[in-house]
Design a protein around this ligand. Structure first.
Ligand code: NAD
Length: 273
């Protein structure tokens, strides 16, 4: 197992990619705390899935766009787990589209507050703890933030989302320089189109038949299939384990070839072959 004994915190892990990462980390031997703004059966289901892997879990209901809640979240997490080795910044608000002309100040603020400010202060607090831990014992840590293919190129109505996801790519560059001496690596994963609906049985793959819908509708993924949370969880595992020891300040695109220039119909055509 690649993460034996590690203590990980994953934000936005109620569902989707966050759940996929949290459960994969538990499967690899980590205790995993999850943070989400929504407290419902789905959120508690992620905790159950982690515990079903034989690992300790904890649930922290928090809005990670607010520094006061970030502070409380870390206090709670550290009280439960004693230390932090891995942070995954993954939370995202449901409405990721807003037209350039129509966008309100409130929407802009919400997007920036969660995806730039929140990811920054989550990372800063995690780094503070990791530096402190390093001074008194085991050195190092891993911080991974979810960027997006929208951080590389524009799609309609994605100005605020795209700016934030591009900003994260730059943020991890600075973090890597400032934190490398402490053995802390900081990277982003930039997913392509990932089906974030997971079946309730805890499988890391989406239900058969659903995973091709997004790219087929979008029509420009040059891959034979749509992405699933386990595709992203696999890369998170690399970056957060010893396999990724020498990767720092990078953004790894995991998109099945989307950015490589698939033609508008190639996803659907290749699927039908
Ligand atoms: N799904 C994709 O195709 C895709 C593509 C590129 C990038 N991404 C990125 O991957 C990450 C996960 O995406 P997903 O599709 O799995 O998301 P999702 O919508 O399935 O889950 C996001 C989670 O974040 C939580 N959340 C929202 N606001 C929050 C807040 N203020 N504080 C705490 N939790 C909050 C939600 O309740 C939800 O559980 C995001 O950062 C997203 O931008 C996803």
């Amino acid at each position: 197992m690649l993460l034996s004994g590690k203590k990980a915190l994953v934000t936005g892990a109620r569902k989707g990619i966050g759940r996929g990462i949290a459960v994969r980390f538990a499967r690899e031997g980590a205790d995993v705390g999850i943070a989400d703004i929504v407290d419902d059966e789905e959120t508690r289901r992620t905790v159950e899935l982690i515990e079903a892997e034989g690992r300790k879990s904890s649930l922290h209901i928090a809005d990670v766009s607010k520094t006061s809640e970030i502070s409380r979240l870390f206090d709670e997490f550290l009280a439960e787990h004693g230390r932090i080795d891995i942070l995954v910044n993954n939370a995202i608000m449901p409405d990721q589209s807003a037209g350039f002309v129509e966008m309100s100040e409130a929407y802009w603020d919400r997007m920036i507050d969660l995806t730039l400010k929140g990811y920054f202060f989550m990372s800063q607090r995690a780094a503070k703890e990791m530096v402190k831990q390093g001074a008194s014992g085991e050195k190092g840590g891993r911080i991974v933030s979810l960027s997006s293919v929208h951080g590389y190129r524009a799609w309609p109505d994605d100005t605020a989302y795209g700016i934030c996801k591009a900003g994260l790519k730059r943020m991890v560059k600075s973090m890597s320089l400032d934190l490398a001496g402490h053995g802390i690596t900081s990277n982003c994963i930039a997913p392509g189109y990932i089906d974030n609906r997971l079946p309730d049985d805890g499988a890391l793959e989406a239900a058969p038949g659903t995973i091709d819908e997004l790219p087929r509708l979008a029509g420009f993924v040059g891959s034979a299939r749509g992405g699933v949370p386990s595709d992203i969880a696999s890369m998170a595992l690399v970056l957060c384990s010893e396999l990724g020891d020498y990767v720092n300040g990078e953004t790894i695109v995991v998109d099945g070839g989307l950015l490589a220039g698939g033609t508008p119909d190639s996803g659907a055509d290749r699927h039908d072959e």
